[in-house]
Design a protein around this ligand. Sequence first.
Ligand code: C2E
Ligand code: MG
Ligand code: MG
Ligand code: MG
Length: 283
Amino acid sequence: RADSALYTAKAAGRGRAELDAGESSELVRDLAAALAAGEVFVHVQPVVDVASGRMIGVEALARWTHPVLGPVSPERFVALAEQNGLIAALGEHVLRTAVTQLTPLRLAVGGSLGLGINVSGRELCDPAYPQRVTAVLAESGWPASDVVLEVTESLLEAQSSAAVAALQVLRAAGLRVAIDDFGTGYSSLSRLDTLPVDILKFDSSFIATVAESPRRAQMLESIVGMARALGLSVVAEGVETSAQDEVLKRVGCTYAQGYLYGRPAPARELAAPWGRAHAAVAD
Ligand code: C2E
Ligand code: MG
Ligand code: MG
Ligand code: MG
């Protein structure tokens, strides 16, 4: 279905990121076909409790490998989906795939497993979104209180009343809301008090320097303290070194995610070791 010769010729001379508009429309067509064919996959990455190192949940991350171009970054194909009327289908596919593939693990660990789902702006502002999400959860028996909707700081900065209203509806249905990539935008901590949010996810760019920079570590500690005072949970993203993990323990950052604990991978790869570990604890 992809026009292989055209892609190959055009992609040959330049980086993959520099596709032009014509190639973009081909890519949109291929993405739509891949979605319809179930070729957009979902990887999951563990979210761990920093103190114990145990997994408390996972984040679902969409993956698409184009037959000719190879892996396309989620940033790119999510943006394409948003701009071309495919985001509802993509979002629903990721959610349904995640709950379906993770249900055995959820049951194996006692019925409760956190599930982070990324939501983009246009998706969230679709009036049908809350109903779509709650329908998939009801269908699968996945507890709403185990689902964390991850919205970016910049999405909330736009302060779309539709986005805030949708999040309020979803929170009323029991889901939780995280601000993703926290620390990359300009939202003030005081504004957090007025937003329908439960969790802050510190962006990896913020975590990257905490082990080397005492000032960054101090900043993290202050924000963690403020978040706690506001009743928010905190998750550090992009944790790659044990030195960073040590800082998180010291400043009281409760949860974390990153290559140090586990890379995004298909659910079946996660289920084996984590499922056994949990089963062992439960025995
Ligand atoms: P995000 O939600 O902030 O996801 C975290 C990103 O950090 C993921 O990139 C993950 O693979 C990467 N990561 C995790 N641990 C580490 C680490 O230790 N070091 C480094 N350097 N990176 C780490 P990924 O999978 O490429 O996804 C990029 C973004 O695409 C996500 O950022 C999210 O905003 C978006 N995205 C992914 N899947 C979906 C989806 O299903 N729907 C929507 N709307 N957006 C999605
Ligand atoms: Mg996320
Ligand atoms: Mg993030
Ligand atoms: Mg991100």
